[in-house]
Unconditional design. Sequence first.
Length: 274
Amino acid sequence: NPVITDMATLTREIEKFAEDKKIEIDTLKIREEYRKDFLGNISHELKTPLFTVQGYILTLLDGAMDDKNVRKKYLQRAAKGVERLIYIVKDLDMITKLEIGDLNLKLEDFDIIELIQNVFDLLEMKAAKKEIALTFDMDYKEPIMVHADREKIQQVVSNLLVNSIKYGQYNGTTEISVENLIKNKVIVRITDNGEGIPQEHISRIFERFYRVDKSGSRKEGGSGLGLSIVKHIIEAHGEKIYVESVPDVGSEFSFTLEKTTNEPTQSSSESELL
Ligand code: ADP
């Protein structure tokens, strides 16, 4: 660097230096805000189930334990609270990995119809509790081979279906369809006739911890991370996710996937055998 001899140049240099540093400081501030916000949200999410579990345990110790029926009921509720905590921690673990880009996709060829059917089976009980019918909205359920990370796509389908049940109406329906799109893509649509999402919230529902109903009394407890996990997974595949929703009419979430280009002969002959 040239030696600065006049005051004006020195002032300019100092200002420039300060300007550069300010940008750095601004970035750091944003990161710090983000971190604080994240930590604040985590402790908030964990607090509710923790206090619930603590409440049941303290009431049991306080004498409720003596009544056999009450004891069972409270222990079951405490166990539910712990289960919820486990889900939240699992989601947090996933979102952290997704946000630092440590996703490590394991791409393989698989039948998306079979995967959806598996998720239907896993969620059958949950849907039955609200008398919601989970159905395919397509004429033929032939295998449709896609190229993606099977486990992660299973999580996507599961999160979207769980939401359609949680925010669905009693005796409602959730339909899923898989259609060919242009070129080598398919689109998976999950449509419900549930409570829907007000327009002003739609652009924000994929943000982590964002919820339309923020009231503590909401019955459908989730981590508020489900859709943000879904979006990260789909985008990590280089694919797209869409949502259309009308309050009191229902919602449709859809995402694209890449079809398998050369179907491996072995798996197609296997599926013929089944
Ligand atoms: P949560 O754990 O709250 O379900 P998500 O990230 O999965 O978190 O969803 C974010 C919010 O988007 C939900 O709290 C809900 O308000 C809204 N939402 C998601 N899916 C649906 C749906 N199928 N119908 C209506 N609202 C939905």
